[in-house]
Design a protein around this ligand. Structure first.
Ligand code: IVH
Length: 680
C-alpha cells in the first residue's frame, strides 16, 4: 500500500492473495496429517516434515496476523476426526509441548523463563520424551475409574476398559488424595513391537509403521483382550487434577508420589540446576536412544517448582514451563539396488529407489521416492551405489546421496525410461515441467491408482478395497472404472481366488455404505486437481447437487468462500469433459449420493438478492460461517475477496488487508452489531 498523506492508494497485491491461499493450504494439510496421526494411527509424513509444515505456518501467521483464523491448528490443540469411543471431557486440558530443535532454541526458551521469573535460579527436571501416546488416568479413592486418550486436548476418548487391561497400569493406588488425575505415556516396547509385526505378517494383517502407531492402534480397539495381548508399557509423568493440592509443590514431589503409590516412573529422569546440564542430558539420552528398550524421540525439560510454573503460565497450546527437545533425524547407509518408476492416477511418473532393507529412524526402509528426473540427478545416485538414507523420526524416508568412494567402477548414470512401465506408451516430460507423465488415459497403472484413490479413507472410504484387490478386479475384467465398483456382486467376489464368504460380505457392505457418503467426499474422490476436502466442502455446502456444481458459472465458483480462481477453473475443466459427465450419471444411477447440503428451503427472504458480502476478522458472537449462512438464507452471496462489486465488508477483530482494501475501494464496512441490525 502507498500512503499519500491521509489517503491510501490500494495497490492490488497478488502475492498476498497467494500467501492467504498458501496459509489455508498449509492449515488444511496440517489438519489432514493430524487426523491421520491422531485419528487413524497411520501417518503419511514424518514427524520432522510435520514439524516443518507447522513451523512454516507459525512463521507466516506471525508475519500476517490478519490471516489467523480461530480454527487454525496453531490456535488449538491437535484434533482428531472421528471416533467410535465415548467422549470424555478432561478435568484439566491436556496440552501439548512447544518444541526445541537445537541448543540455541533451548537457550532462548531458558532465557524467556529467566526473564519472566526475574531470577537465574531455576531448577529443571529432565525426562526422556516417550514416543507413545498421552493418556489421562483418573483415580478416585485410589481406584482407577477412568482412562482416556488426549483427543483434542479438552475432549478425549474413553478407553477405560482397554487401559485396565494393560498390566503395567495399577488399578489401585496406595496413600493418594481422594481424586487424582495422572497423565503419562502408553508405549510399546521395541521387542513387543517386533513380535507383534511378525504375528501380523503371518496373519496377513496390518503391519505397524513404528512402535508409537502400534501402541495407539492397540489402545484404540473395541476389544480390550486385544489391548491386553499387546504388552503395552506405561510411564506416569505429569499430574492433572488433584483434590488436595497441599501434598505436592514440585515436579520432583509429584514423581515421588507416583512412585510411592505404585505408578511406574521412568528411571532415566534426572534433575538439572542449569540449562547446560539439561542439554548435556539431551546429548546423553540421544547417544543411548538405541540401547533403550523403548523408543524416545526427544527429551522433555520441565521447571520443577509449581510456584514458578504458575508465574510462567500457558499459551493457548503449551505450558511455558516446559519444552520438548526433539532429536535430529537419523541417517544410515545401504545399497541402492535399482531405480524404478511408478505411475500414479494423474499419469505422473515418479522414480523411486529400491533399497536393501535397512532399519533407520525406528522402522525398516526398502523404498524411497526420488521425486523426478532432476532430483535423481541432483542427488547423484545410480543403481549399485551405497547411499545414505535419512528418516526424520518415521514414515517417509529420503535418499540423501551416494558415498562416491564406494561407487562400483562400471556403474552408469541412470536414465529416465522412455516407456511407461505399465502400458509401454511414451513417458513425456513437458517443457518447463519437472515431472514425466504417461498420457495414456487407459493406462492400467493410472486406472488402478485412480480407483484406489476413489476408495481411500479420505475419499469414499470403502474399507477392504485396496490396491491389490483393485488390480485383481481389473485383471478379471470386473471393473474398468470407479462406477463399475457399484455393480460388483457377492457371487463375482466368491469366484475370485482367496475370497472368503465373510470378506466378500464385508466388501459388499462397505461399497453399499459408501453410496451415502456426503457429496464432498465424492468430489474429493474424483481427484479433481487442487480440490481437497476444504474446497469440496465449500462446493457441496453451496449447491443443491452435483449437477448444480457442474452447471455453475466460472465467476460464481471463483467467488465462493474457500475456493479461488485456480480451483474454480479446475472444477469447470473437470465437468466440461463428456466422459466425466457420463461417470457422474452412472454413479447417480447406481445410487451414489450426489446431493449437496444447500437446501432451497433454507431461503428465508430475498432481501440481499443482489448483494455480495465479504467477511473478515474474528466476530464477537457469531462465527463467519454462521454469518455467511444468514446472508445466503436471505439471497446474498459471500465472496472471499474484496472488489468494487462488493456491497459490504463485515469486519471483526484482527481484520487485516481486506479492511484496508475495502476502505480504499469505498466499500461500506459493518461490524457484527450493524449487520444484525441490517437483517432485523
Ligand atoms: S509432559 C503439559 N512429559 O509429548 C505437558 N510429555 O509433545 C504435558 N511426552 O503429549 C506433557 N514424554 O504425549 C510430557 N516425559 C514427558 C513426555 C511427554 C512424552 C509426549 C506426550 C505429549 C507430547 C508433547
Amino acid at each position: 500500500m502507498l500512503s499519500l498523506g491521509r489517503y491510501c492508494i490500494w495497490v492490488p497485491s497478488q502475492p498476498e492473495k497467494n500467501i492467504e491461499q498458501h496459509i489455508k493450504d498449509l492449515r488444511e494439510n496440517i489438519v489432514f496429517h493430524n487426523n491421520l496421526y491422531y485419528g487413524d494411527d497411520t501417518p503419511q509424513i514424518s514427524d520432522g516434515e510435520y514439524d516443518e509444515l507447522y513451523r512454516e505456518l507459525v512463521a507466516l501467521e506471525e508475519e500476517y496476523p490478519e490471516f489467523i483464523t480461530p480454527d487454525s491448528p496453531t490456535q488449538k490443540v491437535n484434533t482428531f476426526l472421528q471416533s467410535s469411543f465415548s467422549p470424555v471431557e478432561h478435568l484439566v486440558p491436556m496440552l501439548s509441548l512447544d518444541n526445541a530443535f537445537s541448543d540455541e532454541d533451548l537457550r532462548s526458551w531458558r532465557d524467556r523463563v529467566v526473564k519472566v521469573l526475574g531470577s537465574e535460579e531455576v531448577d529443571f527436571v529432565v525426562e526422556p520424551k516417550m514416543d507413545g501416546l498421552a493418556i489421562s488416568l483418573v483415580y478416585e479413592d485410589g481406584k482407577l475409574i477412568r482412562g482416556a486418550t488426549r483427543g483434542d486436548g479438552s475432549t478425549g476418548e474413553d478407553v477405560t476398559e482397554n487401559i485396565k487391561s494393560i498390566s503395567t497400569i495399577p488399578h489401585v493406588l496406595k496413600d493418594v488424595p481422594d481424586l487424582m488425575e495422572v497423565r503419562g505415556e502408553v508405549y510399546m516396547p521395541i521387542r513387543a513391537f517386533e513380535a507383534l509385526n511378525d504375528r501380523q505378517r503371518e496373519n496377513e494383517a496390518k503391519v505397524f509403521a513404528n512402535p508409537r502407531n502400534a501402541a495407539a492402534g492397540s489402545l484404540r480397539v473395541k476389544d480390550s483382550s486385544i489391548t491386553a495381548s499387546r504388552d503395552l508399557g506405561f510411564f506416569a509423568y505429569q499430574i492433572g487434577q488433584l483434590s488436595d493440592q497441599s501434598v505436592i509443590s514440585s515436579h520432583n514431589q509429584t514423581l515421588e508420589l507416583f512412585h510411592r503409590s505404585g505408578l511406574p516412573v521412568n528411571e532415566k529422569i534426572i534433575n538439572a540446576d542449569s540449562i547446560d546440564k539439561a542439554f548435556e542430558q539431551c546429548r546423553h539420552l540421544e547417544s543411548m536412544r538405541h540401547s533403550l528398550p523403548y523408543e524416545i524421540d526427544g527429551v522433555v525439560i520441565k521447571v520443577d517448582d509449581f510456584a514458578l510454573r504458575e508465574k510462567l503460565g500457558f499459551t493457548s497450546r503449551f505450558p511455558r514451563w516446559a519444552i520438548a527437545y526433539k532429536f535430529p533425524p537419523e541417517e544410515k547407509t545401504t545399497l541402492l539396488h535399482d531405480i524404478k518408476v511408478s505411475v500414479g492416477r494423474t499419469g505422473r511418473a515418479t522414480p523411486f529407489a529400491v533399497l536393501e532393507p535397512v532399519f533407520v529412524g525406528g522402522s525398516t526402509v526398502s523404498m524411497a521416492t526420488l521425486h523426478n528426473e532432476d532430483e535423481v540427478a541432483r542427488r547423484n545416485v545410480r543403481p549399485g551405489d551405497t547411499v545414505i538414507v535419512r528418516k526424520a523420526g518415521d514414515v517417509i524416508p529420503e535418499v540423501v546421496g551416494p558415498i562416491e568412494s564406494l561407487r562400483p567402477k562400471d556403474s552408469k548414470a541412470w536414465k529416465f525410461p522412455k516407456k511407461c512401465p505399465s502400458c509401454s506408451k511414451p513417458l513425456i516430460r513437458p517443457e518447463g515441467e519437472a515431472q514425466h507423465r504417461c498420457w495414456n488415459v487407459k493406462c492400467p497403472a493410472r486406472i488402478s491408482t485412480g480407483i484406489e484413490y476413489f476408495a481411500s479413507r479420505g475419499a469414499m472410504d470403502i474399507e477392504g478395497l485396496g490396491g491389490k484387490r483393485i488390480l485383481q478386479f481389473l485383471d478379471q475384467g470386473l471393473i474398468s472404472d470407479v462406477a463399475d465398483i457399484y455393480s460388483i456382486t457377492k457371487e463375482q467376489l466368491l469366484e475370485l481366488e482367496k475370497t472368503k464368504d465373510k470378506s466378500a460380505d464385508n466388501l459388499i457392505s462397505a461399497i453399499e455404505k459408501s453410496k451415502s457418503q456426503p457429496l464432498w467426499r465424492l468430489l474429493v474422490a474424483f481427484g479433481i486437481r487442487h480440490v481437497g476436502p476444504q474446497a469440496a466442502k465449500a462446493l457441496s455446502s453451496n449447491y443443491e447437487d452435483i449437477h448444480a456444481i457442474a452447471n455453475a458459472k466460472l465467476e460464481e465458483l471463483e467467488n465462493l468462500e474457500g475456493l479461488g480462481d485456480v480451483i474454480a477453473r479446475s472444477v469447470k475443466d473437470f465437468f466440461a469433459l463428456d466422459s466425466n459427465d457420463d461417470l457422474v450419471k452412472r454413479l447417480e444411477l447406481a445410487g451414489v449420493n450426489v446431493r449437496g447440503e444447500k437446501q432451497e428451503s433454507s431461503r428465508i427472504s430475498n432481501e440481499f438478492d443482489s448483494f455480495t458480502f465479504v467477511l473478515t476478522g474474528t466476530l464477537p458472537s457469531y462465527t463467519r460461517e454462521q454469518i455467511a449462512e444468514m446472508i445466503v438464507a436471505r439471497g446474498g452471496k459471500v465472496s472471499s475477496s474484496i472488489s468494487k462489486n462488493t456491497s459490504y465488508l463485515i469486519a471483526g477483530d484482527k481484520a487485516g488487508s481486506k479492511l484496508t482494501k475495502a476502505e480504499a475501494l469505498d466499500v461500506e464496512i459493518l461490524d457484527e452489531e450493524q449487520f444484525l441490525k441490517l437483517i432485523n
